[in-house]
Design a protein around this ligand. Structure first.
Ligand code: SF4
Length: 375
């Protein structure tokens, strides 16, 4: 990918609706679908507020929530408004997050006709007991059918999201899931470790002692298994949780977050970044719609990052990727050279052509790096 491509801004739309709430989910989404028309109307206002404020986009990501629950008219109207008021490169990557239970042959053709060229399928697991535990709406059979139809409809860029680290999950159980996923030859895989977040039903069960998270050692084993298994099958482990069958399939949207490339997020709870400034929208549909009907941006908070903060973020975000970071980002840190030496000795980091990148084992400790590099 050229340097020009690496610096083009991205557009993210948060569709804040789901037919029901999964038991582990702490994303902002509502299950009252009668509010959808009001949200779509407010979104039109938000689009107008940001018209002409960003250079042309080369990625559009429809996330949520559940974008696949929009009907043809709603999705077409939304895309039409975005195309009328923003500029997009002809080869823009347009991703739609889909839940298997929403996928029909008709919808797949409609999505293609509307220009969607990448699907991100919320599979999570191919094992029925896992789906029930997670409170997913779909069955494994529905997922398999949906993945077959995706290919028949002609999609050539398919991402599959999976969750591992469920209480009691064995390495064999997880491996079966990975094997099943690979039968569909997805171009991209995201494998996220389950977190039992406070405020979610599974988090409450954990607090009551009704479920026990996997021991850290077992989580570690599953992470290493994932990385080894997928690399053996031709995938590039290009970010801690992300794998692609070639660089062309790296998610453009995600890379913008990791590299401080400008992005605009529209919809409740969406985040944006431009010129060292970050802002985020109200995590409440009411407040979001109210602000827009008052003619103001529905922004809940803003921050301007100092040069030092940007530097540190670039370091930590960069180290979460296969490319790693320029050594000049690490050396000025208070414990930069010392840490480099220690991490190298422990086999957690490797140096190559003036860059430092975490090894597979190093990825396991990436979250602790901010502590290690500071005083
Ligand atoms: S479908 Fe996605 S956003 Fe909706 S409740 Fe489930 S995990 Fe959350």
């Amino acid at each position: 990918m050229s340097n020009r491509k690496n610096s083009l801004p991205g557009l993210y739309i948060h569709i804040p609706f789901c037919k029901s709430k999964c038991l582990y989910c702490d994303f902002y989404s509502l299950t009252d679908l009668s509010l959808l028309p009001a949200w779509l109307e407010a979104l039109q206002q938000e689009v107008l507020l940001y018209k002409d404020t960003f250079a042309p986009f080369d990625s559009l990501y429809l996330g949520g929530g559940t974008p696949s629950l929009l009907d043809g008219f709603q999705l077409a109207a939304m895309l039409d408004s975005l195309r009328r008021h923003f500029s997009f490169y002809p080869d823009t990557e347009i991703t739609l997050e889909a839940n298997p239970d929403d996928v029909t042959r008709e919808k797949l053709h409609l999505w293609r006709d509307l220009g969607v060229n990448r699907l991100s399928m919320g599979v999570q697991s191919f094992a029925e007991p896992d789906l029930i535990f997670l409170g997913r709406r779909h069955t494994a059979r529905q997922t398999e059918q949906a993945l077959e139809w995706v290919r028949i409809a002609g999609f050539t860029n398919l991402g599959v999201d999976l969750i591992y680290g469920l209480p009691g999950q064995s390495a064999g159980d997880w491996r079966k899931n990975l094997e099943r996923a690979l039968e569909f030859r997805p171009e991209h895989l995201s494998c996220y470790q389950l977190t039992l977040e406070t405020g979610t039903p599974l988090g409450a069960r954990k607090a009551q002692g009704r479920i026990k998270p996997l021991p850290e050692e077992a989580e570690r084993e599953l992470f290493l298994l994932t990385s080894r298994f997928l690399e053996e099958h031709g995938y590039i482990h290009y970010e801690i949780s992300n794998f692609a069958r070639g660089e062309a399939y790296y998610s453009r949207n995600n890379r913008k977050y990791w590299r401080h490339v400008p992005y605009l997020g529209l919809g409740p709870a969406a985040h944006s970044f431009q010129g060292g400034k970050r802002w985020w929208n109200h995590r409440s549909l009411d407040r979001y719609c109210q602000a827009l009907s008052d003619g103001v941006a529905p922004v809940a908070g803003r921050e301007t990052l100092s040069a030092g903060q940007l530097h540190l973020e670039s370091l930590y975000l960069g180290l979460r990727t296969k490319e790693g970071v320029d050594l000049n980002l690490i050396r000025p840190q208070p414990r930069g050279d010392t840490m480099l030496g220690e991490l190298q000795e422990a086999g957690l980091i490797k140096l190559h052509h003036g860059r430092a990148a975490l090894t597979r084992e190093g990825f396991l400790v990436a979250d602790r790096l901010p502590l290690w590099f500071s005083d």
